[in-house]
Ligand binder design. Structure first.
Ligand code: CP
Length: 309
């Protein structure tokens, strides 16, 4: 495998291999010296053309923990500002000796274009509203750590599904692992029923979080992506929060060992209430910690093709 662009072409066995590697990487990160030599002498370039806190910093820490040399570029501080194209930027990075590019871009499909012009490996760090595979993998790792095998577990993803690359990559990973997935939100943030019937026939659609949360093993809230909305939010923010905000009553109606997830950044008080975000069921900070281990696992798998560290 050369690139990680989305999870639509990953088998259950490959996903399990990544979970195995990530577990070993997490052990390494708990040692006094959090470093192994897998990528010694290799160059990783983080190209983040859209803002990021978690993804950018955890890819950088992951690459450094594997002993790579890391270069971080943002569109605002490169010659992109002077009009240099994405393809020319990739050629430049290649001429500098890059072995891996991690790309975040506001346009869906941008990492696929990069992959066509780069001889090394490209990892998609989030492209437009399309895909965010490393987020879905760290989510899968966190769910697997807490709940074990995911077959037949009820996973509810609630919020702005329409604009969410996190939701889409999670749908690939979760359906491949046999989870029962429910996507929940107002019709305006779910999208056309025809799309769901043709693309995700096994995924259940719900417009009632009160109903969907009952018996859930995972409750995952997503941020409202105002920056990708044209014409504003329907219903209003207040109405949205009342009907689709993750609150303590809804968490109490789920399974007793339910885990509460959010990829971040959060709008507390809108899609998730503060007491739920920091409450006993929340694994939101674990998701962030696990992001480093899973991103190490991705580099490791691309570099070696092995699941033994
Ligand atoms: N979850 C996520 O992608 O967060 P950042 O935008 O901070 O990277």
């Amino acid at each position: 495998r050369r690139h990680v662009l989305d999870l639509d072409d990953w088998s259950a066995d490959e996903l399990r291999s990544l979970l195995t590697i990530a577990t070993q990487m997490k052990d390494i990160l708990e040692r006094p010296v959090k470093q192994v030599p897998t990528l010694r002498g290799k160059i990783v370039v983080n190209m983040f053309w859209e803002d990021s806190t978690r993804t950018r910093s955890s890819f950088e820490l992951a690459a450094k923990a594997l002993s790579a040399n890391v270069l971080s570029l943002g569109a605002k501080d490169t010659s992109v500002k002077k009009g240099e194209s994405l393809v020319d930027t990739v050629r430049t990075v290649q001429a500098l000796g890059a072995d891996y590019i991690v790309m975040r871009h506001g346009q869906s499909g941008a990492p696929y274009l990069v992959a066509q012009h780069f001889r090394g490996s490209v990892i998609n760090g989030g492209d437009g509203r399309h895909a965010h595979p490393s987020q879905a993998l760290l989510d899968l790792f966190t769910m697997h750590e807490r709940l074990g095998e995911l077959a037949d577990k009820k996973v509810v993803i609630v919020g702005d599904i329409l604009h969410s690359r996190v939701a889409r990559s999670n749908l690939w990973a979760l359906t491949t692992m046999g989870a029962k997935v429910v996507v929940c939100g107002p019709p305006t943030l779910i999208g056309p029923a025809k799309y769901w019937q043709s693309t995700w026939p096994k995924v259940e659609i719900s417009h009632s979080l009160d109903h969907a949360a009952e018996g859930a093993d995972v409750l995952m809230a997503l941020r409202l992506q105002h920056e990708r909305m044209e014409g504003g939010l329907l219903p209003s923010l207040r109405e949205y929060s009342r009907r689709f905000g993750l609150n303590a009553t809804r968490v109490a109606s789920a399974n007793s060992n339910v885990i509460v997830m959010h990829p971040g950044p959060m709008n507390e008080g809108v899609e998730i209430m503060p007491d739920v975000a920091t409450g006993p069921h929340s694994v939101i900070e674990t998701q962030i910690t696990n992001g480093v281990a899973m991103r190490m696992a991705l580099f490791y798998y691309l570099a070696t093709g092995s699941e033994q560290v």
